[in-house]
Write a protein that binds this ligand. Structure first.
Ligand SMILES: [Zn+2]
Ligand SMILES: [Zn+2]
Length: 443
C-alpha cells in the first residue's frame, strides 16, 4: 500500500482485556422471544444473500470506483422498500426507511475492496483488475467488506420483516473508500447529515479472525488515530568525495529515523500506545553524489489526543534539530491528521453487550483489545453520534483453537490474500447481532 495512505482496519487482536465494560444495564429488549422468528427470517433469506455475497466477492471495486457495487446495493434496498439516494460522496449511498416516531439509527457498511491479488482458490474468487496509482492491479475483497455489505442487506431485510417490533427511522449508509480513510469525509462533505439528518445512534461491524458465532467489543477507543508524516530535509549537493563542500541530507534524514524513536521511548508515557514508522526514504541517484534533499514518508498512530499532540511536537522538534545540527536550512515538516480513533460510546456498548450476551451466550461475546489500525467510521462518530463498532468472527472455532496451539498454523488476517470468512455462520451472526442492536435502541 502507498506509504502515505493510512492502513485501514485489519488485524484484530482477540486478547481478552483485563477490564470488562459491562455496567449493570437493563437491556430494553429481551432477545429470547424474538430469536426464533429472527432466525427463521435469516434462514429464509440466506440462499439469496449467499448469491449476492458471491457476486460482490467476485466483482470487487476500488475506492470511489464502486459503481457496480453501489448499484447492486441500491437495487436490493429499493426492492425492500427503502428510499435510496445514490451518489453521496461520489459513489456512496443512503437508504432510508421510516416506521413511525422514534430514533434515527444508522447502520454503516463499506463498499470498497483492496488493490491486491486474491489467493484463496475459492470458486467465486476475484479475478478482477483495475487501475491503481497508474498501474493495472488485481482487486480483491480481502478485508471482508463484501461480508459487511451482505450482512447490512440482511439486517435491513430482517428489520423490515419484524417492523411491528420497533419504531423510528432506519438510515442505512454504504460508504465508499474506507481503505483510504477518505470515504466517510466525502459523504459528510456532500451533506450526508444535513440532507438526511444526524442519526441518534450508529452501528458498524467488521470481520476479524475470531471464531464464527462470536463477537468482540471494546468500550472507548477501538482503533487508532492515523496521521501521515512527510518530511523533506534540504542539504547542499556536492561530490561524494568532498562532503565538506556540501550539506548531506542523507545523514540528516538517517539521524532523524533513529532519533525520532526517542520521542516514543523517552517522551511519550510508556503506558500509552503510540507508533512512528518511517516507511519510505527517498534520496539520491548515484553513489558518488551527495544529493541536495532527502524525503521521508511515514505513519503516526495513537489512541489519545494528548499522546497524538505530544508525538507531533516531538517529531517536528527532532526534524528541526537534525537540520540545525548539520547547519542546514529548516526542513519542510508536514504532519497531516488522517482519521481519528474510533471511540465507542461506553453506555451504548454496555447495553448492546448485555443484549448480545443474552442472545449468543456470555462466552460468545468477548472484550477485545483496541487495534492499532484505523477506520474512518470515526468521522461519523465525531459529528456527535453515540456509536458502536464491533468485531464479527469468521473462522471455524476448531481451526482457531488449532491455530492458537504451539506450532499451529496462523489463520489469515484481514488484508491477507488468503482471507476467507466462512460465509454462512458469519453472515447469520452478523445479521442476528446487528438486527438486535438496532431494535434495542428503537424500543
Ligand atoms: Zn481493510
Ligand atoms: Zn476493512
Amino acid at each position: 500500500m502507498h506509504p502515505q495512505l493510512t492502513r485501514s482496519f485489519c488485524a484484530i487482536a482477540t486478547v481478552i482485556c483485563a477490564f470488562s465494560a459491562s455496567p449493570a444495564w437493563s437491556a430494553e429488549l429481551d432477545p429470547q422471544p424474538i430469536k426464533p422468528e429472527l432466525q427463521r427470517l435469516i434462514g429464509q433469506m440466506y440462499p439469496n444473500m449467499r448469491s449476492v455475497y458471491e457476486d460482490l466477492h467476485a466483482h470487487p471495486e476500488l475506492g470511489f470506483q464502486e459503481t457496480r457495487t453501489a448499484a447492486k446495493l441500491a437495487s436490493e434496498m429499493r426492492k425492500l422498500g427503502f428510499e435510496v439516494t445514490e451518489g453521496i460522496g461520489k459513489t456512496g449511498l443512503v437508504a432510508i426507511y421510516r416506521n413511525g416516531a422514534g430514533p434515527t439509527v444508522m447502520v454503516r457498511t463499506e463498499l470498497d475492496a483492496l488493490p491486491m491479488e486474491e489467493k484463496t482458490g475459492l470458486p467465486y474468487a476475484s479475478k478482477a483488475k483495475a487501475q491503481y496509482n497508474g498501474k493495472e492491479s488485481f482487486v480483491a475483497h480481502s478485508c471482508g467488506h463484501d461480508m459487511h455489505m451482505t450482512s447490512w442487506l440482511g439486517t435491513a431485510q430482517a428489520l423490515l420483516g419484524m417492523k411491528d417490533k420497533w419504531k423510528g427511522t432506519l438510515m442505512f449508509v454504504a460508504q465508499p473508500s474506507e481503505e483510504t480513510v477518505t470515504g466517510a469525509k466525502a459523504m459528510l462533505a456532500d451533506g450526508l447529515f444535513k440532507k438526511f439528518g444526524k442519526p441518534d445512534y450508529a452501528f458498524a461491524l467488521h470481520t476479524g479472525s475470531m471464531p464464527y458465532g462470536m463477537v468482540g467489543y471494546v468500550a472507548g477507543p477501538a482503533t487508532s488515530n492515523s496521521d501521515s508524516l512527510d518530511i523533506t530535509f534540504h542539504g547542499r549537493g556536492s561530490h561524494g568525495s568532498m562532503p565538506d563542500k556540501g550539506i548531506d541530507p542523507v545523514l540528516m534524514a538517517s539521524r532523524f529515523v533513529v532519533d525520532v524513536q526517542g520521542v516514543i521511548s523517552r517522551e511519550k508515557d510508556p503506558m500509552e500506545f503510540g507508533v512512528v514508522t518511517v516507511g519510505a526514504f527517498n534520496s539520491g541517484s548515484a553513489g558518488n553524489i551527495i544529493p541536495d534533499q532527502a524525503r521521508l514518508l511515514g505513519t503516526i498512530r495513537s489512541y489519545k489526543s494528548e499522546v497524538r499532540t505530544k508525538m507531533h511536537e516531538g517529531i517536528e522538534r527532532t526534524a528541526k534539530a537534525e537540520a540545525a545540527m548539520s547547519g542546514a536550512p529548516a526542513p519542510e515538516v508536514k504532519l497531516v491528521k488522517g482519521s481519528d480513533a474510533v471511540v465507542n460510546d461506553a453506555a451504548l456498548v454496555g447495553r448492546t453487550v448485555k443484549l448480545f450476551k443474552a442472545a449468543l451466550g456470555d462466552r460468545n461475546v468477548i472484550p477485545i483489545s483496541p487495534i492499532t489500525a484505523s477506520e474512518d467510521f470515526s468521522d461519523f462518530i465525531n459529528q456527535g453520534v453515540p456509536s458502536m463498532f464491533y468485531t464479527l468472527g469468521v473462522y471455524d472455532p476448531k481451526k482457531v483453537a488449532e491455530a492458537s496451539q504451539p506450532g499451529g498454523k496462523p489463520l489469515p488476517f484481514n488484508h491477507s490474500p488468503f482471507f476467507a470468512p466462512e460465509p454462512e455462520p458469519t453472515f447469520k451472526t452478523g445479521v442476528e447481532t446487528m438486527t438486535l442492536a438496532v431494535m434495542n435502541v428503537m424500543q
